[in-house]
Write a protein that binds this ligand. Structure first.
Ligand SMILES: Cc1ncc(COP(=O)(O)O)c(C=O)c1O
Length: 462
């Protein structure tokens, strides 16, 4: 985006034409012409059948399963290996990996500056969980406050490149907010279909960004069915996760960044909150592509997928050794992004977890809010309930030796706390604004030197 200097805002009107001029986005982070995309074709994720890449695609016509993008990795490796040597890094963010992304021309790139999130050392939490190197990939620092921005910048850009003029999508919350924001950048119409109990902040985000919001008294799977009907009736392009090939490509960049963050190696363990599991599928795909290009070796992290006990179809299927997951009846959890009773990419998630030697685990609902607070008091910031779920899994993973003390463990903070359903705030002391009011308040405080350590400063376990 390009911004006008603040002083010149005064005295102007906010007509549509003015807004278009002020906020016309600089496509592709200011770049022009052809990208270095090496996209060659699409391929059925289950059937293996190849399909052409340069037309709007949804799922595999043979089986309704996800289509995956394939690249000329030999060609991509030529420029990416320069990057590995830290030479010629063009710019930060998702789009610096344009060789491994599907968009052909920079003029179609719709961006808000997503990606290049920090990988933070969580030393106090590491001590609390008995893990010597606990790292947090801070995806909540993305525009729109969640990792959904990565998928949306790529999927919206590519669909626009292939002729889509409007969008419709079901969402648990964050993806809908992201679609609305990116549709705003591109200046196209979007409709978001959410469960009526989706976090109010996500609902507000969609409306404020100018998208059409439809609330369904049901689950995300019901929203998916209505979305398909709207797409059929209106011709709007359906951006449901894994029902088009490119949201997963954007999420793949989490895996590329992780390798880059760790000096082109991978951690021992990745712990990730799973709704449909697209992020996990994307990272697993990234690792395969990086290996094929010779940028990393064959070692893989153990992938740990986390769900909540009230909705754990992928965990149940993994523990039963199944290839596909049965839909979960009566899905419930306050972590809206994890309230996903079924997913078309189930076999890809289950394959990645088992090939990696990892595991899947469901955490109790009752642990989400306390863990959200525990993690915040120990330095993780105000995390979403989805992110809290991964920290809630750590003790159990440690006690079952799925995570060992000397493992390098990367936990994904997929979304910001203020984008989740907010916790109850306990009654707070309030005070008037006069000196007299403050005197009585201050009389209750002792100098810091006389106070003992607080529970927030102790590194005890949760
Ligand atoms: C914050 C957050 N974390 C995790 C997820 C799960 O994402 P996925 O469905 O790609 O597994 C979501 C989905 O809405 C989310 O909003």
């Amino acid at each position: 985006m390009s911004y006008m200097p603040l002083h010149s805002w005064w005295g102007t009107t906010t007509s549509d034409a003015w807004c278009d001029e002020v906020f016309s986005h600089a496509p592709g982070a200011g770049r022009a012409g052809a990208t270095d995309s090496t996209l060659t074709n699409l391929q059925g994720g289950l059937s293996g059948v190849p399909y052409p890449a340069d037309e709007l695609a949804t799922t595999d016509p043979l089986d309704g399963r996800p289509l995956l993008a394939r690249y000329d990795l030999e060609r991509a490796a030529k420029t990416l290996s320069d990057r590995q040597r830290d030479a010629g890094v063009p710019f930060r963010g998702v789009w610096r990996w344009d060789e491994l992304l599907p968009v052909r021309d920079w003029s179609n790139v719709v961006t808000l500056g997503e990606g290049s999130t920090p990988l933070l050392e969580a030393s106090r939490l590491g001590r609390a969980y008995g893990i010597s190197q606990l790292l947090v990939k801070a995806e909540s620092l993305n525009p729109t406050g969640s990792f959904k921005a990565r998928g949306m910048t790529v999927a919206v850009s590519r669909a626009i490149e292939l002729g889509a003029a409007s969008f419709v999508m079901p969402s648990a919350g964050n993806a809908g907010g992201a679609l609305a924001a990116y549709a705003g950048v591109a200046g196209v119409q979007a409709t978001v279909v959410m469960p009526s109990d989706a976090p109010i902040v996500n609902q507000a985000e969609v409306v404020v960004c100018g998208a059409d919001l439809i609330l369904v008294d049901g689950l995300i799977s019901d929203c998916g069915r209505l979305t398909a009907r709207i797409a059929e009736r209106t011709g709007a392009f359906n951006l449901s996760t894994l029902k088009e090939p490119y949201r997963v490509e954007g999420k793949k960049t989490m895996g590329i960044e992780l390798a880059e963050d760790l000096g082109w190696s991978l951690p021992d363990v990745i712990v990730y909150p799973m709704g449909g599991g697209t992020g996990l599928i994307g990272m697993w795909k990234a690792f395969a592509e990086l290996e094929e290009m010779g940028l990393i070796g064959g070692a893989r992290p153990r992938m740990v997928g986390v769900q909540v006990e009230g909705c754990a179809p992928l965990v149940r299927a993994f523990l039963a050794g199944r290839q596909f997951a049965e839909p979960w009846a009566e899905a419930t959890t306050e972590a809206a992004g994890l309230r996903v009773p079924s997913t078309v990419g189930d076999f890809l998630v289950l394959e990645a977890i088992s090939e990696s030697g990892g595991t899947a685990i469901a955490v109790p609902e009752a642990e989400l809010a306390p863990t959200q607070s525990f993690a915040a008091r120990h330095g993780a910031g105000f995390l979403s309930l989805e992110s809290a779920a991964v920290f809630a899994a750590l003790s159990e993973l440690r006690s079952h030796h799925a995570v060992e003390p000397d493992d390098t463990v990367v936990v994904f903070d997929t979304g910001a706390g203020f984008k989740s359903t907010l916790p109850e705030v306990p009654a707070r002391r309030s005070v008037g604004a006069s000196d007299a009011d403050w005197e009585s308040l201050l009389s209750g405080y002792a100098p810091a030197s006389q106070r003992g350590s607080t529970s927030a400063s102790a590194d005890s376990g949760p």
